[in-house]
Design a protein around this ligand. Structure first.
Ligand code: HEM
Length: 159
């Protein structure tokens, strides 16, 4: 199946090596988060197997196909519900983003600049939306598709 890029290019999911390396990255990020004081309060008692698995297939769908999160776990709407009133601070946003970048190294994801620029671009975009949506009384977009990400730079958002 093709992704959002021009035909013939591998998807970011394929370039990563499929779901397993993405799951490894998610395990690495939550292993770090669990013992990182500014972030650990978001995962009281540790990040569950369910949480880790769902976040991994979310990433798989964004970078893929496959579209497993939408088909089995509720897609965008389900993800959004987890963020309401979480009140992520700018410092926590930055800390989590930096931790995820380290986790991509821990997990041995491809290190080429193009792949890393693409996934970190998505991370930066997604985590800023997560922070905005997490504010008390945030005005959220209630329904949307799960985002799709590719190799090229995203065009400007015009609403
Ligand atoms: C400071 C940053 C972040 C914090 C504090 C955070 C925290 C959380 C929490 C507390 C949950 C609910 C877990 C549960 O109910 O077991 C969650 C779910 C989720 N997070 Fe995050 N997260 C952050 C960043 C991100 C980013 C950057 C992404 C993706 C780009 C992401 C993707 C998801 C998804 C897909 C779920 C829902 C999984 C499901 O149940 O289907 N998160 N997050």
């Amino acid at each position: 199946m093709s992704g959002v890029d021009e035909p013939g290019l591998p998807t970011l999911y394929d370039w990563a090596g499929g779901l397993e390396p993405l799951r490894r990255m998610i395990d690495c990020v939550y292993d770090r988060v669990e013992s990182d004081q500014p972030l650990a309060s978001f995962v009281p008692g540790g990040a569950s197997e369910r949480h880790r698995g769902h976040v991994a297939v979310w990433w798989g769908e964004v970078l893929g196909p496959p579209t497993t999160h939408t088909e089995r776990h509720g897609g965008y709407e389900s993800m959004l519900l987890h963020y309401l009133d979480l009140d992520i601070s700018p410092e926590q946003r930055h800390r989590f983003a930096a931790t995820m970048s380290l986790a991509a190294d821990d997990a041995g994801l491809p290190g080429d600049p193009e792949f890393r620029a693409a996934i970190i671009g998505y991370l930066e975009w997604g985590i800023r939306l997560a922070m905005e949506n997490s504010r008390p009384r945030a005005r959220v977009v209630e329904h949307a598709s799960t985002p799709r990400w590719g190799w090229s730079v995203a065009p400007p958002y015009r609403g």
